[in-house]
Design a protein around this ligand. Structure first.
Ligand code: SAM
Ligand code: DTB
Ligand code: SF4
Length: 318
């Protein structure tokens, strides 16, 4: 009897999340926007800029990713950038209006030597007056501590989807591996950035499962990126049809309600969303974007286009 108890709250939480998803859109938006206003300036957008500091050659098999060695995506591998290259990119990001700089590396997990180099990059980013974020794959406790000591504010490590659907997307590491790294990040004192990808062929129950798991982390993540799959030629998910933008809006709204104090970032896939759909996402509780013309290996909206959109919507960054 006792053994079944721990599962009950999960089931209830999942049912509650699914009930939110099923609300009439206006009711869901009203609830989400109310929570948003209780926790944030409803007209402020947090802006992060991404830099791929080490491109391609990754030994994981994530089915969506341009950088996995398992797929021939035509991407040229590049070694770890120099600290000077990072400094120049961080300065440009700051000038463009970003307040956080996120460095991504196509690693399953970094070596201790690489963590030393990343520490120098973090110091360079902080010296430009930006918050620093890194996403480098799985970490040990001591690596997480070294990043924290170097001044890293956030660590990004996505659960990507529900536990049930995860095995359809990635076979080279487990859901528990991801959760373990998130626990190490939390223990180090860095803030946790964790979210997922929509539109990989998952069900609504998988989307609800992802959000329920994120919401069940204690404490909850401070930052939740919601990516829409950018289909990459050569990967198993190439040619996947774009997801329904209204389902994206619903997912953002449920994320806002379940994880009320987190920055919910409208992440990859914004190029394929028109401004009306983005405006609905901002009303539903999205309050962060990636600013800059590049994500990691794919393009993103031009900064000028985003600036004009924010003006049109009366939103401000900074
Ligand atoms: N290798 C590290 C890792 O996986 O944690 C860090 C970089 S990885 C590219 C960061 C995240 O980008 C992934 O977890 C995934 O959520 C997202 N991502 C990668 N490729 C994507 C794609 N084609 N479309 C949408 N999101 C993507
Ligand atoms: C996150 O959740 N999305 C970003 C960041 N964290 C590292 C990455 C998006 C990558 C999109 C595909 C690409 O450019 O390769
Ligand atoms: Fe490697 Fe990250 Fe791409 Fe997965 S998402 S293949 S871990 S770079």
């Amino acid at each position: 009897m006792d053994q079944t108890l721990p599962e009950t709250p999960v089931t209830e939480a999942l049912a509650e999340a699914l009930a939110l998803f099923a609300l009439p859109l206006n009711d869901l938006l009203y609830r989400a926007h109310t929570v948003h206003r209780q926790n944030f300036d409803a007209n402020r957008i947090q802006a992060s800029t991404l830099l791929n500091i080490k491109t391609g050659g990754c030994s994981e098999d994530c089915s969506y990713c341009a950088q996995s060695v398992f797929y021939n995506t035509g991407l040229a591998n590049e070694a770890l950038m120099s600290v000077d290259e990072v400094r120049i990119a961080a300065r440009a990001a700051k000038e463009a209006g970003a307040d956080r700089f996120c460095m991504g590396a196509a690693w399953r997990s970094p070596s201790d030597r690489q963590i030393g180099r990343i520490g120098e990059m973090i110091a360079a980013v902080k010296a430009e007056g930006l918050e620093a974020c890194a996403t480098l794959g799985m970490l040990t406790n001591s690596q997480a501590q070294k990043l924290k000591d170097a001044g890293c504010d956030y660590y990004n490590h996505n659960l990507d989807t529900s536990k049930a659907f995860y095995g359809e997307i990635i076979s080279t590491r487990t859901y528990q591996d991801r959760l373990d790294t998130l626990a190490r990040v939390r223990d180090s004192g860095m803030k946790v950035c964790s979210g997922g990808i929509l539109g990989m062929g998952e069900s609504r129950a998988d989307r609800a499962g992802l959000l329920t798991t994120l919401a069940g982390l204690d404490p909850q993540p401070e930052s939740v990126p919601i990516n829409m799959l950018v289909p990459i030629d050569g990967t198993p998910l190439a040619g996947t049809p774009l997801m329904d933008p209204i389902e994206l809006v619903r997912t953002v709204a449920v994320a806002r309600i379940l994880i009320p104090a987190a920055y919910v970032r409208l992440s990859a896939g914004r190029e394929s969303l028109d401004e009306a759909a983005q405006a609905l996402c901002f009303f539903a509780g999205a309050n962060s974007v990636f600013l800059g013309e590049r994500l990691l290996t794919t393009s993103n909206r031009a900064v000028d286009t985003d600036t004009q959109m924010f003006e049109r919507l009366g939103l401000h960054t900074g």
